[in-house]
Design a protein around this ligand. Sequence first.
Ligand code: ADP
Ligand code: G6P
Length: 466
Amino acid sequence: MVISNRVARADPRTTEDAGASGGLAVAVREALSETAGLWFGWSGQLSETPALHGPEMQPGGYRIATVDLTPADHRGYYNGYANEALWPVLHSAPHLMHHDADRYTAYRSVNRQFVDRLLPLLHPDDMIWIHDYHLLPAAEELRRRGLRNPIGFFLHTPFPAADAFAALPEHRALVEGLVHADLIGFQTASDLRAFQDYIRWEAGGSVSMDGRMEAFGRHFRASVFPISIDPAAFALTAERNADSDYCLKLARGTGRGALLLGVDRLDYTKGLPHRMLAYERLLELQPDLRRRMAFVQIASQSRSKLPEYVAIRRELEEISGRINGRFSEPDWTPLRYINRGIPRETLAGVLRMARMAVVTPLHDGMNLVAKEYVAAQNPEDPGVLMLSRFAGAAQELDAALIVNPLDHDETARRMHQGLTMSLEERRERWEAMMAVLSANDVSRWWRSFVRALADAANPTAQPPTG
Ligand code: ADP
Ligand code: G6P
């Protein structure tokens, strides 16, 4: 049984549903398809009298049940506290936090409402797996109602330095709620370390070597479970969609030169302006490359009413306009910025045709696009992955071209290195990354979490190893 704010249908109704749901939806959908579980969360609809929809069977073999949000709760809980307070703080940008006590009240209230709606759907032997920062208090709400089932929590975003997290006025209450889970999962070892620091120094708790922790009078465990994809299935989809109409049009539009590609939700954590500025630098430094390549940025709309997201969109329009104004030729456009999501199958084909994927977030829990790009490559002639050191994926995919996205000169030099890399080196790097992906796929992600949760919830069990 999974609970998260965002729920993905197996048969997305629109292109936006299909493309822009984010890493959580993509990975949980894959996991649930293998387990026939129930997925509970927000319907994506607003209503003054929130209704429960479902449970309803999905073609993928799992059930979904969803509730609406009132417009006031959507403002306070989702836009307000989750996305304007928690999101920036978790991405180490506390200066972007907009805090307001009423939003926190709405956040707590929606967590209570979700749990009240969920309870009648639960069976005594269900494991409950809560996902992401929207639902930090949900485990506490479940326990308050007397629920004794195993509860796990997985954080899809990074966990910041302990004192950055403490910028949230309610940081103690949030962690006190969270530790009602038996197991807390993080994307990377650095996220886990930051959380351990918080438990020790801010919460006055204790952390033992075997992953057991104690804080606020609760005993729980925390560990690392890097999220992933199904690389074999994605590779097949990419191969089948390599000649789609979309790919052919894209190839025509880039004058058949090398394609540098960015694919992201339009979010200020993704480093999109920095990426474009680095490309501008490359155009300045390497005039000989100008007509032999083109940059395409596909950025789907996300949280588009929030001022930070409006601002980043404007900034990108300005930068992309300037770059094209400076460098376009009558028959060559250096940069195309497409402000829409595309269906997953089409995306797989597009990733396969790109000579280089430019995945340069300023902070990112994991970044599945990086993994999808690797899986989508043609093994005979693989492209190059440029990856920010600040993406969780960089801790696994260290054979990528790792960059500091804030250093535009270095990023431009690395773009040049990637575009001129020998086939032999591209193959070597790709094989190393593919080996990591094959060993750590999405199935391993959820299976190891579920196993560790079963152990954590059983007080006589040994702590998980590895
Ligand atoms: P996040 O969860 O922050 O959005 P991830 O890279 O982990 O970042 O996951 C994003 C998921 O959504 C990936 O599966 C990716 O393919 C998909 N996606 C992101 N942007 C787009 C886009 N512009 N069009 C289509 N799919 C997208
Ligand atoms: C990130 C978050 C997810 C979220 C996704 C899309 O991946 O970790 O929880 O679902 O972004 O954002 P949205 O606000 O559209 O759900």
